[in-house]
Design a protein around this ligand. Structure first.
Ligand SMILES: Nc1ncnc2c1ncn2[C@@H]1O[C@H](COP(=O)(O)OP(=O)(O)O)[C@@H](O)[C@H]1O
Ligand SMILES: [Mg+2]
Length: 367
């Protein structure tokens, strides 16, 4: 019987909790079942408020820490019921937690994920591995991205130089060379600005299939202004989050473009995501043979077309082509990280996050 793990991922998009039941057998990973557990509107609003408005309400944060822990436990229990499994059938849960802040800069670099792992462990009866980023930051790293080692484990090729791009709220790229070299960093915004603009103007949480953006015109001057953001010129290792890219920052760039129709802004924001990803690949992985996309952005058909347009002759696929479901990869990553931690495998993130020493990634929380 292969080992069973559950991965929980709740990303910066606040679109719900991804729960994945995963089995590992020697070198193979198999996705057995999934559930997208809904995030109640009041929690989503509170998280948006805390992220965008820099509200310093400590009581609210403490309360949400527990509320989210309970919600994560519910997602796990739902997945267990659905699969007629008992808590004792699962080795461990890997829970990312909900990021509220990510600021890996001097003099006091920090990152904060909430959703109390103790609450998850007690309410599921399963060991939890969580807090995957802070040790890395304490060791001088960015604490992000974490996905590249998982990409390397299951998607590296001996015949093709690959770039794997995850497009969640933010986008990160993993460069997997045939010669086994690996690089990885956040390229900048993924869906975060596209979602925020869609919510403000068409009152939808995201621009479904990019249908709205497709109706607009990409505005070259606005695109140039947005691409002048200092994040894009930083050298890796680098990581980003809502602290760097949010509606407030976008509105500052838009001050000079007041008359622009909202639909053109949406087209331009979609191009910003596509272009900043491709610029990063061209700059740091110019010998890439093929690009594989995962994360919610893979479902945005217009964004996928713009990525292909910017990639020229290099083909852009989803990770589905490599038999890894693009929408569940990050939850699978959490399950894999839990397995690495339980087996006491130290991970070397030096070429990705810049942390100075291999370390045990994640902390174990008992039931
Ligand atoms: N059909 C779709 N059309 C366009 N965008 C989509 C679609 N499905 C998902 N998305 C985008 O993907 C996002 C969720 O992606 P996800 O990988 O879960 O990100 P995160 O890790 O930040 O939660 C949504 O907020 C939305 O922007
Ligand atoms: Mg999500």
């Amino acid at each position: 019987m292969p080992d069973l793990f559950i991965g929980l991922m709740s990303g910066t998009s606040f679109d719900g909790i991804d729960a994945a039941l995963v089995s590992f057998d020697q070198q193979h990973v198999q996705l057995l079942d999934t559930c997208l557990h809904p995030m109640p509107e009041h929690i989503k609003h509170a998280l948006l408020h805390l992220s965008e408005h820099k509200l310093h309400d400590l009581n609210k944060v403490c309360q949400l820490d527990v509320e989210l822990g309970l919600l994560f436990a519910q997602a796990v229990n739902h997945l267990l019921d659905k699969n007629k499994l008992k808590a004792s059938d699962i080795k461990a849960i890997g829970s990312h937690g909900q990021t509220l802040r990510h600021f890996p800069h001097q003099p006091f670099p920090y990152t904060l994920q909430i959703g109390d792992p103790h609450v998850i462990a007690v309410n599921t009866g399963i060991i939890v591995v969580a807090d995957f980023r802070r040790h890395d930051i304490a060791l001088g790293g960015q604490g992000a991205p974490l996905a590249p080692l998982f990409h390397q484990a299951f998607m590296q090729s001996e015949i093709e130089n690959r770039a794997i791009v995850n497009i969640g709220g933010f986008a990160n790229v993993t460069v997997l060379s045939k010669n086994k070299d690996i690089k990885g960093f956040d390229t900048g915004p993924g869906n975060v600005l596209i979602d925020a603009w869609a919510l403000q103007h068409i009152h939808k949480p995201y621009d479904e299939n990019g249908l709205w953006a497709r109706q607009g015109k990409i505005h070259a001057d606005l695109l140039t202004a947005l691409l002048s953001d200092p994040y894009f010129n930083k050298q890796p290792p680098k990581s980003t989050g809502r602290d760097d890219f949010n509606l407030n920052c976008l509105n500052q760039y838009l001050e000079k473009f007041q008359a622009m129709p909202a639909v053109d802004v949406q087209a331009t924001l979609t191009e910003l995501t596509a272009k900043s990803i491709m610029n990063a690949i061209k700059q740091y992985a110019s010998n890439t043979d093929a690009i594989y996309i995962c994360g919610g952005g893979a479902a945005n058909e217009y964004l996928m077309e713009r990525l292909q347009n910017n990639a020229g002759t290099v083909l852009v696929h989803t990770t589905g082509k490599l038999n890894i479901d693009p929408h569940w990869l990050e939850a699978m990553l959490m399950a894999w990280l839990a397995k690495q931690r339980l087996e006491n495998h130290k991970l070397n993130l030096k070429d990705i996050t810049g942390s100075t020493a291999p370390h045990l990634v994640g902390t174990v929380y008992l039931t």
